[in-house]
Design a protein around this ligand. Structure first.
Ligand SMILES: [Zn+2]
Length: 277
């Protein structure tokens, strides 16, 4: 079990037979439920072996739904309250609530269309995003009264979808950026992500040199660092941005990786919500 040896701000746990990753952060309020899935312990076959949580990648629907049920059980939440969007690598954000429970849980057609960020202050609404190298971001406020989630691939990172989520939380829930904490989850690391000059220039223009590592004639992009830079520039205190070191491409037994596995492959999910009392 590769995951059991990894030291990170996300701790590897086995819950009800499933391997999951959860933050080991003292600042996480007791009202917040969150977790990141791995790839073990599901029923999907072939390229989707075995805990594929994405309905949009060609896997059998009943397998995906069963996998989602297992992940929900491990987190002690109900799939009926899962809320997901049809992700489009953009930066639009939707405010959701209990009326949206179940959207995208059992079928793609009910997902929120064309958004990559979700926020809520209502309990029992499990915000979800899917990824397999892209960066999942989860957000909560210090008092544990509001949460958010974002899906940020390179396009979403450039479009600063994370800051759009912060802005939505600030405007909708009367918070300041200083009240918000952000965890940048497992994603492709700079170790495995070399990019062309054209993309590097776009990142440099927006975020400076920090997310770029130039060595041996190649340019490596650190998407997690770019997201961190965007959030800190936007007013999130640096001590409230938590970066997971987990690289989806480096751990083939633990995570799916779109870049490593090529298409088709499965998707992990990130989930965050407020516990029902
Ligand atoms: Zn790597």
């Amino acid at each position: 079990m590769e995951g059991s040896n990894v030291r990170d701000i996300l701790g590897w746990r086995v819950r009800r037979g499933l391997e999951i990753w959860q933050p080991e952060i003292a600042a996480l309020p007791a009202s917040v439920v969150c977790g990141f899935s791995g790839r073990q312990g599901g029923v999907s076959k072939g390229a989707y072996t075995s805990l594929n949580l994405g309905l949009h990648v060609g896997d059998q629907e009943e397998h995906v739904v069963e996998n989602r049920r297992r992940f929900c059980e491990a987190l002690d939440i109900d799939l009926e309250g899962w809320v997901a969007a049809e992700q489009v690598h953009g930066n639009d954000v939707a405010v959701v609530g209990r009326k949206d429970r179940g959207r995208g849980a059992f079928s793609r057609v009910t997902a929120l269309p064309a958004v990559d960020g979700l926020v809520t202050k209502e309990a029992g609404v499990w915000l979800t995003c899917y990824y397999a190298d892209c960066v999942p971001l989860i957000f909560w406020d210090t008092r544990g009264r509001a949460v958010g989630i974002a899906h940020a691939g390179w396009r979403g990172t450039l479009a600063q979808v994370g800051m759009r989520v912060v802005e939505a939380m600030v405007e909708t829930f009367c918070l300041g950026p200083k009240d918000i904490h952000v965890l940048v989850g497992p994603a492709i690391g700079s170790c495995c992500y070399s990019v062309g000059e054209e993309l590097a220039v776009l990142f440099e223009e927006k975020f400076g040199e920090k997310p770029l590592i130039r060595k041996e004639g190649r340019i490596h992009l650190d998407l997690k660092a770019a997201n961190r830079e965007s959030l800190v520039r936007g007013g999130i205190p640096p001590g409230q941005v938590y970066l997971s070191k987990l690289c989806t491409s480096c751990l083939p037994g633990v995570f799916f990786s779109h870049r490593r596995d090529k298409s088709p492959t499965g998707r992990m999910a990130a989930v965050i919500g407020l516990r029902e009392h």
